[in-house]
Design a protein around this ligand. Structure first.
Ligand code: ADP
Ligand code: MG
Length: 430
């Protein structure tokens, strides 16, 4: 059966001719609706009567959100640009349009791109937030090493609810990686309210991640713009701050967050993302599948990341929450291979030797052994919070810092050297 296509190429002189040629010849596509604007295209997509959209870069109000909504409705997208307009082609790709062609391409070529796009597009309801079949668990995945000079790596620091220490681990890893000479970007992507700026003592009025997501949604984010939006804490450490107010979470559209991380890979060798806890899909709660989902940004980060760290506390309640969170993660992202990081390990909440007991419990209930066990060290973390500085500065000799430094070296693919002390002086973004 012919692919049913919506077009939205208004304003271009070649529209009628192209639509006529596509329809007339036996190209395997049928134009079912010629839309005049983005609103009409989205409304048409929601009817489920088409499988692909052909749109032009000049379409007004076209943004990453609109493209994501087309994909969510099961509509594959092919973009057309004026011949030679590389900037427009780049912008369309950043908005999430995988196939971009010059408008003077042969109708047969355009039809083939539409058919290919349909063949490759995820089914409706197969975006990042949807449950897929579970895969078997494997124990102790190897940490992939960063390739020298290649694309930067993205590490998501995630974990269950109940403050297991995601922010402590994310900030510590980013700071230690930077001290090891690795160009690092720390991103606060906690959709329940970011605190990284506060923890690092940054006076934050910067647009941070929300500003970067806005540019990404408009197709104008590049590594240079990302660098301008981030604080340069040290030459090797940039920080993209999070939502100052938790109720602004709808500003973090999943597709835009994914684009920010993509540019992060160009800007830094290592991008460390402090994530919120939730991954459950709230789609069933909404009447409209295109409605924003709070956990969408977290899912986008986890899907984009090369390594997902799952941070858990070391007491029975935290372990139980961790087991449940990993179950949920497997439902929504069966291919994720989370690396377990036990934090706040101490004597008391579990009987016997805490390291052996916690490791055995996690292996029994999740099929994974922890990769790292970080000790509880309230004196060190209190000093961090009191000073707005990092462990390396306020507790350089602490075992907690040593554990984070070793993990940072492994994640960045560099050797583990001895400790060093350097000042943390922030420069404002801009
Ligand atoms: N290893 C640790 N030892 C002692 N306290 C810790 C440790 N890790 C985190 N904390 C403290 O626990 C609290 C929650 O940590 P945080 O990193 O903010 O958790 P999350 O980001 O998961 O909500 C903070 O007060 C932090 O200082
Ligand atoms: Mg946190």
């Amino acid at each position: 059966m012919a692919v049913q296509v919506f077009t939205a190429v208004t304003g271009a002189g070649w529209e009628s001719e192209l639509v006529g040629a596509l329809d007339r010849d036996a190209h395997g596509v049928t134009v079912v609706r010629r839309c005049v604007d983005v609103a009409e295209l989205l409304a048409a997509a929601a009817t489920g009567t088409g499988q692909a959209a052909l749109l032009s870069a000049e379409l007004r109000r076209l943004d990453g959100d609109a493209v994501a909504r087309l994909h969510a409705a099961g509509v594959a997208v092919v973009g057309l640009v004026e011949p030679g307009d590389d900037a427009a082609a780049r912008r369309l790709r950043q908005l999430g349009v995988a196939q971009v062609l010059p408008a003077d391409a042969d109708p047969e070529v355009i039809a083939a791109a539409l058919r290919d796009a349909v063949a490759g597009v995820p089914d409706p309801g197969r975006d990042v937030a949807d449950p897929r079949a579970a895969l078997p668990v494997t124990a102790e995945p190897e940490l992939p090493a960063a390739g020298p000079g290649g694309r930067g790596r993205v590490v998501a620091v995630w974990g269950a609810t109940g403050a297991p220490g995601r922010t402590t681990v994310a900030v510590g890893l980013a700071d230690e990686a930077a001290r090891l000479g690795v160009g690092t970007l720390l991103v606060d992507a906690d959709v329940y309210g970011g605190v990284v700026a506060q923890v690092l003592g940054l006076l934050d009025e910067s647009p941070g991640l929300a500003g970067a997501a806005r540019l990404a949604g408009g197709g104008t984010l590049d590594a240079a713009a990302l660098a301008r939006l981030a604080w340069a804490v040290r030459p090797q450490l940039r920080v993209l701050t999070g939502l100052a107010r938790a109720d602004r979470w709808p500003e973090l559209r999943p597709s835009a967050v994914a684009t920010v991380l993509e540019e992060g890979r160009r800007l830094a060798d290592l991008t460390v993302v402090d994530c919120a806890f939730g991954v459950e899909d709230d789609e069933e709660l909404s009447f409209d599948t295109a409605a924003p989902r709070r956990n969408g940004a977290t899912l986008a980060v986890l899907e984009e990341a090369d390594t997902v760290l799952c941070v858990t506390g070391a007491d029975p309640v935290a372990l139980q929450r961790c087991v449940r969170a990993l179950d949920q993660l497997r439902e929504v992202l069966p291919d994720a291979e989370p690396v377990l990081v036990v934090n706040q390990l101490r004597r008391g909440p579990v009987p016997g030797d805490p390291e052996a007991e916690v490791s055995a419990a996690l292996e029994r209930f999740t099929g994974r052994r922890p990769r790292v066990l970080l000790p509880a060290d309230r004196a060190a973390t209190d000093a961090v919070l009191a000073a707005g500085r990092t462990l390396a500065e306020v507790a350089p000799g602490s075992p907690l810092r040593a554990g984070l430094r070793a993990l940072a070296a492994d994640l960045a693919g560099v050797p583990r050297p001895a400790a060093g002390r350097r000042g943390l002086r922030a420069r404002r973004p801009g």
